[in-house]
Ligand binder design. Sequence first.
Ligand code: FES
Length: 155
Amino acid sequence: MSESTVTLDRRTFCACALTATAVACGGGGGGSASAPGPTPIPTGPKTTTDTKAGLLATASGTIRDYRDLGAFWLIRDPGGIFAMTAICTHQGCTIGQGGPAFACPCHGSQYDLVGAVTQGPAATGLAHFAVSESTPGGALVVNTAQPVPAGTRMT
Ligand code: FES
């Protein structure tokens, strides 16, 4: 599922929400001091299956799901291509698509396409990461250890 555009229906979203709650939030609702925290996700360069030309040829609003590869989304908007974390800034659950663009199954935070908070309890937006090409014209590489300003785009 790492390279396809994901559209979750209500049933799938709910199943994901239950899974994310149980796994990412330790099944304790995410607020308990005794509940295990989210599983750490190794950061660093992650090679996707998308190319710059291919993703730029898609419609604005296209979202590629790389949560399995490195907990991020690769997104096409009117400005170009950017990568953004899929980890909620509230308490670290993995967000899914929903709400204006993204929604957290744990406590209901919502984010728009560029990761700005549209509904709390999250107070800060989603981090963006550096995107480069593995070779000229090659696969896109997202470095989840290298944050960039939210306005950064590959064009
Ligand atoms: S972890 Fe609480 S809203 Fe996402």
